[in-house]
Design a protein around this ligand. Sequence first.
Ligand SMILES: [Zn+2]
Length: 323
Amino acid sequence: MDYYAGVDLGATNVRAAVATDDGTTVGIDRRPTPRGPTGIDVTEGVLRTVRRACSDAGIAPESIVAAGIGSIGPFDLAEGTVIDPANLPDSIDRIPLTGPVEKLIDSDEVHLHNDTTAGVIGERFHADRNPDDMVYITISSGIGAGVCCDGDIMGGWDGNAGEVGHYLVDPRERLTCGCGHDGHWEAYCSGNGIPNYTRLLAEDDPTITTDLPLEDPDFTAKDVFDFAGEDELADYVIEQLAHWNAIGVTNVIHSFAPIVVSFGGAVALHNEELVVDAIRDRVSEMVMTNMPEIRVTDLGDDVVLEGALASALTGGTGDRRRL
Ligand SMILES: [Zn+2]
């Protein structure tokens, strides 16, 4: 029998799954992402996780005919390597992935994607009608999109297509993004951006009352959503987030004409009503083309792992006709 493997390499955890050719998962493993000291240690952690998923499935790694990897970026795609990942220690400069996984499974069919691209592959594969046009948007510590347009998974020459979190949404450029530029979508609406944005709005209008712990170093986006409906500032922030999110999503829809826009990432998954429903309401008033279905992924925290597996099963496409 042929087996397939999916790998989700995140800054916190690395996970691997092994499936049969009909997509049934038969082995799984998960462990913390090694914190270095070098990128090779991360590579070895990935290989260990794949080996353990194989032994969980009762197979040898060489029985795997194809693998998909959904990973934190950025990449040197030609090398199949992650370069200077943002959320791992600075000593980790290169994490070779494609080559070592090819060697482990003794197959050159290894597909490397960034996590949002793996997300759209998984969403496409598991969607009812297996649509050729869909977008997956993650709202988590950052914001990004994976795009499938006319049946093609979009990568761009350097693999950086879909960096929609760096759409310039605020022409006043009031907040600086983690990337160093001003006015970007994720500077306002990502999990990392929301605390700064909340403080900015509080400074703008000191008459707004709040019990949010704005000066506490542990103040997070979750606090804002936890205070929804009970705190004047929290409610105002959530309304403004919907404003910027709707601008970002409207730009995505006008760019790619998706039939489905699917959301994942902790901020969207944990606040479907306050974030995703609010986007749907506003976007329907803002698009001049066809309004897509706007939904939350059914795959939850597994969306990248499932996407990596779907990539392995379908030659990197999520197209079920290629099973
Ligand atoms: Zn940016």
